[in-house]
Design a binder for this molecule. Structure first.
Ligand code: COA
Length: 324
């Protein structure tokens, strides 16, 4: 049976660090409030990099780690809700930046913080069908562009970043074991950002705010419930117990959400990877960025079973299990 094996990981974050102390000078907040309520201490923000720049840099690092040439890539799927342009897809810009061959397929997926796992699910299905041999799956977001930097309730939570994996069709037991993607559109207004296109001469309503809007308390409650259910779905599909999971890599939104999920699943702290203290919530970038760090710091070994879980605007949620 063909499986999509992750043969290389890469990530990229912009150089500029914005600490909680920096935010104290911008809005009425404190390092203590932010770190105790969220676990975040600093985040990165783009100065010169764009969404496509971050995606391409993460993808280059993943290709290098995999020892795969861009010429061998058949499919690029980018999860993002802050694309470089309305069109073409950020995936097409990455294709051009990297020199991926003409005729490969490239498209974006909009699933907010679940964007990477949605993209992984699609690429996994193409690989299992035999249509694609090698794929690049990228999660990237540049929320600094859609944040109201005067709104303390949201501006402290997010950061910019990207992560990528190279998938290769291989026979054997290693690779993606399962992916599950879900959404519930009736909760769309918990977390959203409207398009900031200018008003046409034919409209008579007010110009919509381009900034991200969030109902933090409700989002928090739904996130805890949904992430736990999503992991349970991955565990039941693969006959896993908490003991068989080598590492859980959750979407990095809030340490309290992650800890509540950890406790519900009865996982020990060393089995849950977190890096949101340094990057905040990078939306679709969050899981592949954490995965790349875990790989590069030797936290993942051959044969390990890794579970990913995400939650985000849509509302969307997703899980995946991978044998390394
Ligand atoms: N600094 C200082 N005070 C702040 C603040 C900030 N950055 N942001 C909000 N506050 C204030 C509020 O105004 C409120 O003040 P009040 O009691 O005088 O009205 C108080 O802190 C408590 O606000 P509340 O919203 O109840 O805090 P909370 O404990 O729920 O934490 C979040 C707020 C946003 C951290 C939390 O709800 C959360 O993480 N939600 C999920 C968000 C998320 O992860 N979204 C992305 C999902 S992918």
């Amino acid at each position: 049976m063909l499986r999509a094996r992750i043969v290389g990981t890469g990530s990229y974050v912009p150089e500029k660090v914005l600490t909680n102390q920096d935010l104290e000078a911008m809005v009425e907040t404190s390092d203590t409030w932010i770190s105790t309520r969220t676990g975040i201490r600093e985040r990165r923000v783009c100065v010169t990099d764009t969404t496509a720049d971050m995606a391409s840099k993460a993808a280059k690092n993943a290709l290098k780690a995999a020892g795969v040439s861009p010429k061998d890539i058949d499919l690029i799927v980018v999860g993002t809700v802050t694309p470089e342009m309305a069109f073409p897809a950020t995936a097409c810009l990455v294709q051009s930046d990297l020199g991926v061959r003409s005729g490969a397929a490239a498209f974006d997926v909009s699933a907010a913080c679940s964007g990477f796992l949605y993209a992984l699910d699609i690429a996994n299905k193409y690989i299992k069908s035999g249509e694609v041999k090698k794929a690049l799956v990228i999660g990237v977001d540049r929320f600094s562009k859609i944040i109201d930097w005067k709104d303390r309730a949201t501006c402290v939570l997010f950061g910019d970043g990207a992560g990528a994996v190279v998938l290769s069709a291989e026979k054997g037991s290693k690779g993606v074991l399962s992916c599950h993607i879900h959404s519930d559109g009736k909760h769309w207004d918990m977390l959203y950002a409207q398009n900031s296109c200018p008003q046409t001469p034919f409209e008579d309503k007010e110009q919509a705010s381009p900034f991200l809007k969030m109902n933090g308390n409700e989002t928090f409650k739904i996130a805890v419930r949904t992430m736990g259910n999503a992991i349970t779905e991955a565990m039941e599909t693969n006959g896993l117990t908490a003991d068989n999971i080598s590492l859980l890599i959750p979407h990095q939104a809030n340490l309290r959400i992650i800890n509540a999920t950890r406790d519900r699943l009865k996982l020990t702290d060393d089995k849950v990877y977190t890096n949101l203290d340094r990057y905040g919530n990078t939306s679709a970038g969050s899981i592949p960025l954490a995965l790349d760090e875990a790989v590069r710091t030797g936290k993942i070994k051959d044969g390990d079973v890794i579970v990913f879980v995400s939650f985000g605007g849509g509302l969307t949620w997703a899980s995946a299990a991978v044998k390394w």
